[in-house]
Design a protein around this ligand. Sequence first.
Ligand code: FAD
Length: 316
Amino acid sequence: MKVIDHLNDAKSTLFSFEILPPLKGKSIQSIYDGIDPLMEFKPKYINVTYHREEYVYKERDEGLLKKISIRKRPGTVGICAAIMNKYNVDAIPHLICGGFSKEETENALIDLQFLGIDNVLALRGDPIKTENSFKPHPDGHRYARELIDQIVEMNHGKYLSEDYNLEPTNFCIGVAGYPEKHFEAMNLSTDLKYLKEKVDAGASYIVTQMFFDNQKYFDFVQSCREMGITVPIIPGLKPLKTLQHATFLPKFFNIDLPETLANEVLKCKTNDAIRDLGIEWGIQQAKDLKAAGVPGLHFYTMSDSSSVKAIASEIF
Ligand code: FAD
């Protein structure tokens, strides 16, 4: 079932979450171990992230370095199929522009359709670690908007080939939105302009980047509505879990911790203390958002569902 249909059918705020594929070599059981504790909250769908290749340098015998491309977390599509098979819950693969030619994208979408997956979260993807800006595949897409165009074309039966009468696909498309602006955007209004382009191109809903200050989300939704973006905007929540999160998350995701939270973080001396704070803050954020009537609460588990479980048990 499509995410937009889940949202339209919902009588109250939906619960959903995102997982990462495990590091290469780990079994599917590690995925189930993360999902099992959250099933009691009846997620309507589960997102699975996509991780493109990274380049690492390996020393050769002569002391020379060799550049090697590796994908540390493969398996997004297989995990989606396994989730749908085991839990009978919709799984949403993340599909990115980076590293994909248009034809590879087309083939990936055909695989998804064959598996009965009719949802995708369409993203550009981040620059790979060894590049300081995003470099599209020479025959790929530069922006998520272009990827959406390709999916919509396929939904109309128009593939890259010139053949006629091809079977239309039937994907529901979600996109990313950034209440505190995407790190590359000149300002929030240009970012919103491009977000509107993604929606106008065919996205049915928006999932936000994590935020720790609900007011940022409410302001973002209001700005979106003022410029004519009418689709559901699902808030993304991430519980703080380690002392390292307090500096890593703001830097990596271009977000601020509100002053009250930052002051509480400064008092924490151990990861256990931060974890408790993250749960307490997450419960408050989720309660306020739910009370404001948000369409869903989408949790970033980042491979550890224990804090999300603690929050969800207070909310759902
Ligand atoms: P876009 O919408 O293409 O925007 C990228 C930047 O370009 C923005 O600054 C935007 O303002 C600007 N822009 C857009 N269109 C134009 C235009 N026409 N001209 C000029 N500028 C333009 N990354 C992964 O690699 N794998 C994942 O699984 C993944 N999952 C994510 C899930 C969520 C919910 C979120 C919020 C992010 C996720 N990301 C993931 C990260 C995401 O790929 C990065 O944030 C990426 O840098 C931007 O992706 P986007 O789809 O928002 O890009």
